[in-house]
Design a protein around this ligand. Structure first.
Ligand code: ADP
Length: 935
């Protein structure tokens, strides 16, 4: 330094040259006099002038601080004071001084007006220019414009701050799920960062701001809620809507306010403020505003920060809202899936070695899942773990959904699970997730019910098709949906022609309207249906049919239509018609019969009396029905007997055959023979009794007369035969005396006497037979004891022994039965029959052969006595049993009473006797008797 100073001095450069030199040096240099406090400018370099936008004239000769005064704000004042201090220090120390920090002193831009200045930062270096006495002669003050560097540094700093801020902001709001909390956090972070008095994020709704949260510090609190933007002046919303921000530096002085607007702002403490709009798709949706109670010259960085905060808050609010919505919606879905009856699950398809679906794992299930599938704790396990034999169909189907993304719906049965499912499967998540959601329900019960219904329907069809009647089914609207096979076969219709209402077409045109009406009425009332009509058969003939139906009712009793049957009743109709005809005929017949005809119910009560009965008794039928006839018209002596006999017959104990007296209209009783037979059904049960009463009064009287006549005759025969025996014995005795004593050798007398003797013998025989005959009459009550026919036969052969031996006859007889009767009388019968068999032999002297047989038919024994005699013409088989009836009068002796006696005896035994013969071949005589009741 000494060298250079001396050099300058030594060179003695003229002043003018120095000035020029100074002016043109590249540095921004100004030379001042050390005349504190003025610091008069004595020289200045061109570069300095350019930097501070001044002319040399504005500076030279003036105090430095005249040109660069303090103010307008603290920053500038500080800078000037620092500079003054630095100058004084240089004067005092004689040492150069450098202000450590860059000093801000804004300068007006040359282009812009005086009012606006631009930010400038300076590095100030002050050096003393010493005189030879070391006093400070001049002060050299050099400035360096470091604005760019400062700005860069600040920007860097701001950037770091901003980054830190944004980090803090995102930290504050990231985890928040509630949109209001997001707003609150954002407001707080930005408010604290910018040290403002208020910050808030407001939603714009119409022309209002809606403030849900606020950051406030040191200012009158604002209420949350809705604020009409109009209150603060129309230009504010207009500015926001145009997408522009609002910056107030000082509400007191800023232009553009009406007095009211200004008052409104100041009322809520807004002295300075920044508001930024958020426009989405051209629409103002929200603002972020910060307020200060002090005037504030907002930096761009601050404004940018507010804008950034606004954007981020909006995004966070949106996210929170979306999440909340999603949560709500997910909650709803979860609730839905948790509450539905359907099973729901999410599965992940597991691919096998070839990349094909081989199994799936349950990721998530709803509560119904377990009940619908029967699978317990399925989550986390695979289908094959749970159901090892699960059909590949399931994972193949779900795999296809996962791989193609095409949803599917199907119904299928799983054998190992024993269930049927109705499944809707759709892919969820990203394709590579291979996830499928299944919404399903167990339809096993439905399936079973469906199968049961199908089976029951097929059973019904089978039944209907094979039923002996035609069957049909209709719907509630009356249309026919089913006709049995038998209908088609009967009518020749097909399903096409018969179903619906086609079945009406085969009803006879005359019957159809009524049938159709009846059917429609039934449908309207849901009642039973029954109608008869003629139905056209496939061959074109009409057959009578009964169509009957009952309503089909659903489980709730609702009308489902009809199931009905059609029965061909032509045969029945014809049978009924025939019956009607036959009944009519029966009636005509009964009414035309001479007998009194009646019918009774199975219990014996009379329900019909013929016209003749009414005519005979003269009493209306209605007054005699039931059992009233008994007291009205039956003889009092016959009533008890008749009732007993009738009730016995009704009870099935015996037949009804009775003789009784019925009173006629004239009051006279006449004898009738009553007979009745029951009409029985297939089971043998009596359904009706038909009876007749035949007038036997005349017969009865004739019989009575005959019986009386016979009695007289028999009386006479008995008396005659008895009384005749004595004179005959006399004749016999005297004839024998005559022969013995007087006929002597007189052959004539001998001959006469013999004739007399023979005649007497014949008469004896006759009288004996007559006596026998009349005795059979008198012993009226045939003995009901047991009679052993073997004994009877033996008695007969004993009597006939002489004749048997004489003729050399053979009698062959088995052991004969015991019957009910009188042995002696039956011996008489055998005796007569054997006697005839021995007698009626040809004169050639054939040896008689008599064969006796016995045969039982249950209740009766029939005995046959067969001979090898001459026989007789069959037409006389009945007549020979008459009194004195003889066929062989000339050749054979006899009285003609033997067979009559036999008949009388057998009759009295309740039996029957008859004969059979071929002339020349022998005869057979039969008699039947009731078998003895074993003791
Ligand atoms: P008779 O005293 O004449 O035998 P019966 O009453 O015994 O009287 O018989 C009536 C008649 O029936 C007989 O006269 C005879 O002509 C005929 N007759 C009876 N038994 C026989 C018989 N075994 N073979 C042929 N004819 C018979």
């Amino acid at each position: 330094m000494k060298d250079s100073k001396s050099a300058v001095n030594q060179a003695s450069i003229p002043d003018a040259d120095f000035r020029l030199l100074l002016e043109t040096v590249p540095g921004r240099v100004i030379i001042l006099l050390p005349d504190d406090p003025t610091f008069t400018v004595v020289a200045v370099s061109n570069a300095y002038l350019a930097a501070v936008h001044k002319t040399r004239e504005e500076l030279i000769g003036r105090g430095l601080f005249e040109t660069f005064p303090e103010g307008p704000d603290q920053k500038h004042t500080q800078t000037i004071q620092n500079l003054r201090a630095s100058l004084r220090k240089v004067i005092a120390t004689g040492q150069p001084d450098t202000l450590a920090a860059a000093q801000q002193y804004d300068l007006p831009e040359p282009s812009a007006g005086e009012r606006t200045s631009t930010e400038r930062h300076w590095l100030l270096v002050t050096c003393p220019v010493l005189a030879s006495d070391n006093s400070v002669r001049f002060i050299s003050h050099q400035v360096e414009d470091v604005t760019e560097r400062v700005r860069a540094e600040r920007s860097q700093r701001e950037n770091e701050t901003r980054q830190a801020f944004l980090l803090a902001l995102s930290d504050a709001i990231r985890a928040l799920r509630d949109p209001i909390a997001v707003k609150e956090a954002a407001s707080r972070v930005v408010g604290e960062q910018l040290r403002v008095n208020r910050a808030f994020y407001a939603d714009v709704q119409g022309d209002d701001w809606v403030i849900e949260s606020l950051y406030e510090r040191g200012v009158t609190p604002l209420k949350l809620g809705r604020y009409p933007a109009q209150t603060y002046g129309p230009r504010i919303m207009a500015t926001y809507r145009a997408g522009e921000r609002i910056v107030f530096r000082d509400t007191h002085t800023d232009a553009g306010f009406t007095p009211d607007e200004r008052k409104a702002h100041l009322a809520i403490g807004i002295v300075s403020a920044v508001g930024v709009p958020l426009l989405k798709e051209g629409k103002l949706v929200a603002i972020l505003a910060v307020h200060c109670a002090e005037p504030r010259n907002w930096t761009n960085g601050e404004i940018a920060l507010i804008e950034e905060t606004a954007d981020r808050t909006w995004a966070a609010v949106q996210r929170a809202r979306a999440e909340a919505a999603e949560r709500a919606s997910e909650g709803r879905y979860r609730l839905l899936f948790d509450s539905i009856d359907e099973g729901f699950c999410i599965i992940q398809i597991l691919l096998g070695s070839q990349g094909r679906p081989a199994d799936y794992r349950f990721i998530e299930t709803n509560p119904m899942f377990e009940r619908q599938t029967g699978l317990v704790n399925a989550v986390g396990r695979t289908a094959l773990e749970l159901v090892p034999t699960l059909e590949p169909f399931w994972f193949e189907t779900y795999g296809r959904v996962a791989l193609t993304g095409e949803p599917t719906r199907f119904v299928s049965h799983s054998q190992p699970m024993g269930r049927s499912f109705d499944v809707y499967a759709f892919r969820v998540g990203e394709p590579h997730d291979l996830r499928v959601a299944l919404l399903f329900h167990d339809i096993t019960a439905h399936e079973r019910a469906r199968i049961a219904i199908e089976e029951s329907e097929s059973r019904f069809r089978h039944l209907a098709d094979h039923a002996p009647v035609m069957v049909w089914v209709t719907e509630p609207d009356g249309s026919c949906t089913f006709l049995s096979q038998s209908w088609y076969e009967f009518t020749g219709q097909t399903a096409e022609t018969g179903l619906g209402f086609g079945w009406l077409d085969v009803i006879h045109p005359e019957d159809r309207p009524a049938a159709e009406q009846a059917f429609r009425d039934a449908n309207a009332n849901c009642g039973n249906f029954r109608v008869e009509y003629r139905l056209r058969r496939h061959d074109g003939t009409y057959r009578w049919a009964i169509d009957a139906a009952t309503p089909r009712l659903g489980p709730g009793g609702e009308f489902l239509g009809y199931v009905g049957s059609v029965l061909d009743i032509t045969d029945r109709k014809e049978a009924e018609e025939a019956l009607r005809t036959s009944e009519a005929q029966f009636r005509v017949l009964t009414e035309s019969l001479p007998q009194l005809v009646w019918s009774c119910l199975p219990d014996g009560r009379c329900d019909y009396l013929s016209r003749q009965w009414v005519a005979y008794t003269g009493i209306a039928a209605s007054e005699q029905l039931d059992l009233r006839w008994l007291d009205r018209v039956i003889h009092p002596d016959d009533r008890e007997r008749t009732l007993e006999h009738w009730l016995g017959a009704v009870a099935g104990r015996h037949e009804y055959v009775i003789e009784l007296r019925i009173r006629g209209a004239d009051g006279e009783y006449r004898w009738f023979r009553g007979r009745a037979v029951p009409l029985r059904d297939d089971g043998g049960q009596a359904v009706k009794w038909f009876g007749t009463c035949t007038d036997i009064d005349d017969l009865k009287r004739a019989e009575e007369a005959l019986r009386n006549a016979n009695l007289e005759l028999e009386e006479f025969a008995y008396v005659a035969s008895h009384d005749l025996q004595e004179p005959l014995r006399m004749v016999n005795i005297y004839t024998e005396l005559l022969i013995k004593r007087h006929a002597g050798d007189n052959p004539q007398a001998q001959q006469y006497a013999t004739a007399i003797h023979q005649g007497v013998r014949r008469m004896e025989t006759l009288i004996r037979d007559l006596l026998t005959f009349s005795r059979t009459i008198h012993s009226d009550n045939a003995d009901k004891d047991k009679a052993d026919l073997s004994i009877a036969l033996r008695e007969a052969t004993t009597v006939l022994k002489g004749r048997i031996d004489e003729s050399g006859a053979s009698i062959i007889a088995p052991e004969l039965p015991v019957v009910r009767g009188d042995t002696a009388k039956l011996a008489q019968v055998f005796q007569n029959l054997l006697s005839n068999a021995l007698k009626y032999q040809s004169n050639g002297g054939t040896r008689p052969e008599i064969r006796i047989t016995a045969h039982c038919d249950g209740a009766n024994w029939t005995i046959a006595v067969q001979d090898n005699g001459i026989g007789f013409e069959p037409q006389y088989a009945e007549r020979i049993f008459g009194l004195f009836k003889r066929l062989h009068k000339e050749e054979y002796s006899g009285t003609g009473l033997g067979l009559a006696i036999c008949r009388r005896i057998i009759d009295r035994h309740g039996g029957r006797i008859w004969a059979d013969s071929v002339p020349g071949k022998g005869s057979t005589f039969y008699f039947s008797l009731p078998a003895a009741v074993s003791a």
